[in-house]
Design a protein around this ligand. Structure first.
Ligand SMILES: Cc1cc2nc3c(=O)[nH]c(=O)nc-3n(C[C@H](O)[C@H](O)[C@H](O)COP(=O)(O)OP(=O)(O)OC[C@H]3O[C@@H](n4cnc5c(N)ncnc54)[C@H](O)[C@@H]3O)c2cc1C
Length: 543
């Protein structure tokens, strides 16, 4: 049997950070188990390639939720990375830390050490930012952050000026001193290549002999001796295997799989586990609860000036973009299509920004979502505007549906199940239409393609929202951090309540969803988790 100091389950955004940090001394033996395979493929490494990985079962768990009442009974498709780099290998690379208040909320919920002033140094430590080192940003860290403001499509400036005309301020750095306002997004790329944590942290760390990455290794159960986690059972190449950890096991399987593995291992709602034939180890009803996610809708506009559609759709445009990329790793292939956006208040009563905006200088009204052909946009000039509520109050849940570790769990996001969230949907829809009706954007709009002006009343537009709104792929909080084992899964040091030798460190521990995209805060959580684990290892003699 293999023996290590630490076993990390999941080589995703968080797992790659933990693997690099825990093995940094060159001595500590770390095993990183990943269910998926290699991330060395063109469409993962080429930034705009994420359209292709969206539905690729070879590298994607491809979950579907249960029917969601708030979406008129529709299910929602939830891609998650099943590959080295995890969802960070298939995401849209937008780099947003979240708001000061998000983390102050984490601390106020009984999690000392997680307020904004506590977490900012970990964001900075992770970064190698285009802006260089200053009070807000880091230089020389593993994760490169690219400021695309000078190279984004020119229409992003039109969007920004429109936002200013509506009274929103311009933010030159949505991760800096002024996180509120409109601007261009920063992205995780380096020299025109995706800067996932697999590229940024894991790849260099694998040169050390003390870190072992085992891909295509699906963890099926945590092995316990009493209430102490001592190993992980996994399958690889058709074989059932087991590895042992003398210090700790860290789950970084993400918001769907970490709670799933806990439940499969006997940590979950005892009645549920018993009904599925699993012997409960710890009755932990909070596992899989508190599921939170961002829900967005897009409005599409035909434009009188060229957009990315005109660059990417024609064959000549594709060839030009490819040549440009080959010459200097620049141009549209080196970026996300989510280029402009920001964080704004939905009204004077909002204490802080509560709506996130996206401006993408591209449109896909012709192809169904199930195709997501980013390199085949509409054959006419058009763009899209999109919004989501930053901090929805709807809470969903997930749970295993059988004792089979390869079966997908049942996911119920419960979108739009609160009056607050329905109200924010109404406000956001009004805001999108106001932006489109305001110069200079209004001057270049020929028509609203989707949903179209035949929908005019608030009721019609809300119904359209229920019919078309979808996830922004940010599920969190299913192994929520908190002081009370009855309502949370891990404590403020990310140790699973009720057992020893087991932590969770990934997006599932967020006490609440951050106001923006979730990759950067997941990196922060992993950086801080690794430091806490190393710090706690000094007290190993107490075990
Ligand atoms: C399509 C898409 C677009 C997104 N766009 C953005 C964006 O632009 N900006 C942003 O900030 N965020 C974005 N996100 C969200 C962001 O990528 C995630 O929040 C982040 O990657 C979560 O990291 P994680 O470590 O919690 O989980 P993941 O990165 O999902 O990692 C979990 C890993 O664990 C592995 N695993 C799971 N179960 C097992 C098991 N039983 N055995 C072994 N291995 C296992 C998985 O295969 C995976 O590699 C997007 C996500 C998606 C899917």
């Amino acid at each position: 049997m293999d023996a290590f100091d630490y076993i990390i389950v999941g080589a995703g955004t968080a797992g790659c950070v933990l693997a690099a940090r825990l093995s940094a001394d060159g001595k500590t033996r770390v095993l990183l188990l990943e269910a998926g395979g290699s991330d060395r493929t063109l469409y993962i490494q080429l930034p705009i390639g994420y359209g292709r990985t969206f539905f690729d079962a070879r590298i994607n768990w491809m979950y579907d939720t249960l029917p969601v009442p708030g979406l008129g009974g529709r299910t929602s498709y939830w891609p998650r990375g099943k590959v080295v780099g995890g969802s960070g290998s298939i995401n849209a690379m937008v780099h947003v830390r979240g708001q000061r208040g998000d983390f102050d909320d984490w601390a106020a919920a009984g999690n000392p050490g997680w307020g904004w002033d506590d977490v900012l140094p970990w964001f900075i430590k992770a970064e190698d930012h285009d802006h260089g080192a200053n009070d807000w940003h880091g230089s020389g860290g593993p994760q490169h952050v690219t400021d695309i403001s000078a190279v984004a499509h020119p229409l992003c400036q039109t969007f920004v000026r429109t936002g200013q005309a509506l009274g929103f301020s311009y933010s030159p750095d949505l991760n800096g001193a002024q996180a509120e306002g409109v601007g261009t997004y920063q992205i995780n790329t380096r020299n025109g290549r995706r800067a996932s944590t697999a590229n940024a942290y894991l790849r260099p760390a694998l040169r050390r002999g003390n870190l072992v990455l085992r891909s295509k290794a699906h963890a099926t159960r945590i092995v316990f001796e009493g209430v102490r986690a001592v190993g992980v059972a996994y399958t690889r190449g058709g074989q059932s295997l087991e590895a042992r950890a003398s210090r700790e096991i860290i789950l970084s399987g993400g918001s769907i799989n970490s709670p799933q593995l806990l439940q499969l291992s006997g940590i979950g709602d005892a009645a549920l586990l018993q009904s599925l034939g699993i012997t409960p180890l710890i009755d932990a009803a909070a596992v899989g609860q508190n599921l939170q996610d961002h829900l967005a809708v897009s409005y599409f506009y035909k434009s009188s000036v060229p957009t990315l559609n005109d660059t990417l759709r024609p064959l000549a445009g594709k060839v030009k973009a490819a040549l440009r990329y080959l010459v200097d790793r620049g141009g549209p292939l080196s970026m996300s299509v989510n280029q402009g956006g920001g964080f704004v208040r939905s009204g004077p009563e909002s204490e802080r920004a509560d709506l996130q905006l996206y401006f993408s200088p591209v449109s896909y009204t012709g192809s169904p979502l199930s195709e997501r052909k980013l390199l085949n946009p509409d054959p006419f000039s058009a763009f899209l505007l999109s919004f989501n509520a930053c901090r929805p109050s709807s809470r969903g849940h997930l749970q295993i549906a059988s004792a089979d570790p390869f079966a997908a769990p049942a996911i119920q996001p419960n979108y739009l199940s609160t009056e607050h969230d329905v109200g924010q949907a109404r406000t956001g829809i009004r805001l999108l239409r106001s932006i489109a009706a305001t110069a200079p954007l209004a001057d270049i709009i020929i028509d609203e393609l989707v949903p179209g002006h035949h929908l005019a009343t608030e009721a019609e537009l809300l119904e359209d929202f229920r019919q078309r709104a979808d996830t922004v792929y940010h599920p969190t909080s299913t192994c929520m951090m908190g002081p009370d084992p009855a309502t949370s899964v891990v404590d403020a040091r990310l140790r699973v309540h009720g057992v020893t030798g087991l932590r969770v460190a990934d997006a599932s521990v967020f006490p609440n969803l951050t106001s923006g995209n979730t990759n950067a805060p997941t990196v922060m959580v992993a950086e801080k988790a690794a430091a806490m684990i190393i710090e706690d290892s000094r007290f190993d003699f107490l075990r």
